[in-house]
Write a protein that binds this ligand. Structure first.
Ligand code: ADP
Length: 375
């Protein structure tokens, strides 16, 4: 079977890594020929995933196509689907998710709990929404990893908003941020991974590490599972979906957003779960039975990001030390250049004891630094 991936970053790389276990001919489309996935596929095409003709021509030769990023040409995917290429996720689902405005409207239509919101087309709309503060302003399209998200506490913050289609959401008093991966097969069967909880560095409000299965009360756990399953089922599309949720101080569960693809919050499933999110996506793409989502052991996931102040050829300081630790799995994405905040790799830690997991996650973070040779 010929399967293509739009985008060649680390998600594509780890997908290809899992694909080696299957009989499949792999194709990647990406602008950067030095991207993490380029040399791991059978056929690399250099090209723009946002361009109709490029995506259409690339897809036309395939049995099935998937994405590792949302900013792709959805019109081309629609055309391919009409002509019989299997597309994961369905372009209709991708269209809903691609824009935060349509995403929020979708939750409202299907009665999924989410924070209250107002749509704003520009700063003039925003200036009328003083009474809606405190809130979070989010750009409709093109935001990622917190870029395109602006916290607004007071009236003067309104001027820092986005002067283009965006959504203003009520600020949630977050107790915990949760992510759940849900898989949907071609025939509509679903399966769900144990939820993961995000642990933030309160100094910088950056994700510090993630723990899975999340520590949640039974009732909250059930709510998280039920809501994640319902919202994904309503998308009516096969594929892998990462649902990000907030548990608020009243223990209400709200959907924040969905990614219609393999996701950073599911990287621990490579070693931590019987069937990884990447293996699961292959099963879906190749129309095979879904796998077992259960955790082998609890896990912690630490992202390796480029240190502040370093730009240039990446050097992995402390790598040898980290590799002496037990039950610690290092993944480097093969990106030559580091820059502050760039995702360069991740480390998964397995263990039965949550205190120990947390301790080792911190240890890994302190030991391993991504810097550059000289500057
Ligand atoms: P991105 O898609 O860029 O990651 P998110 O929508 O996930 O953006 O927002 C980034 C972070 O901002 C979230 O992880 C959360 O910590 C915070 N956040 C987003 N929306 C809200 C909200 N309505 N209330 C409180 N915090 C929020």
């Amino acid at each position: 079977m010929k399967i293509g991936i739009l985008g060649g970053g680390q998600l594509g790389r780890m997908l290809l890594q899992a694909g080696i276990n299957y009989v499949v001919e792999t194709f990647v489309l990406e602008n950067d020929e030095h991207c993490p996935a380029a040399h791991l596929c059978h056929h690399f095409t250099k090209g723009d995933i946002r361009d109709f003709d490029t995506v259409y021509t690339f897809g036309k030769q395939l049995d099935a196509i998937t994405i590792e990023i949302e900013s792709v040409n959805v019109d081309a995917l629609e055309q391919l689907q009409r002509e019989g290429v299997r597309v994961y996720p369905y372009p209709a689902a991708l269209r809903i998710i691609k824009n935060k405005i349509t995403q929020k409207q979708f939750y409202k239509e299907i009665d999924i709990p989410t924070s209250e919101f107002k749509i704003t087309n520009g700063l003039s709309d925003l200036r009328n929404l003083e009474s809606f503060l405190p809130a979070v302003h989010k750009i409709g399209e093109g935001g990622y990893d917190g870029k395109g998200v602006q916290l607004m506490n007071e009236v003067r913050d309104l001027e820092m908003g986005f002067n283009e289609p965006a959504v203003l959401e009520k600020l949630v008093s977050i107790q915990k941020e949760i992510a759940v991966i849900v898989a949907v097969s071609d025939t509509g069967e679903t399966t769900i991974y144990p939820p993961a909880e995000m642990v933030f560095d309160t100094r910088y409000n950056l994700l510090d590490y993630q723990i899975s299965p999340a520590r949640l009360d039974k009732e909250v756990f059930w709510k998280v599972e039920a809501i994640a399953l319902k919202v994904v089922r309503e998308l009516k599309s096969p594929g892998i979906f990462a649902v990000e949720l907030f548990v608020d101080k009243k223990k209400d569960v709200l959907v924040n957003e969905i990614a219609p693809r393999v996701h950073n919050s599911g990287h621990h499933t490579i070693e931590g779960n019987f069937c990884s999110q990447f293996d699961m996506l292959w099963r879906i793409l190749l129309q095979l039975p879904l796998g077992n989502t259960a955790a082998v052991l609890p896990s912690a996931l630490v992202n390796l990001v480029g240190e502040e102040g370093y730009n240039g050829v990446a050097v992995y300081e402390g790598l040898k030390k980290v590799l002496t630790l037990n039950n610690v799995f290092v993944h480097l994405y093969g990106k030559l250049q580091t820059k502050p905040g760039r995702k360069m790799g991740h480390v998964t830690v397995l263990g039965n004891d949550y205190t120990e997991l947390t301790h080792t996650a911190h240890k890994v973070k302190n030991m391993l630094q991504i810097v550059s040779e000289s500057f």
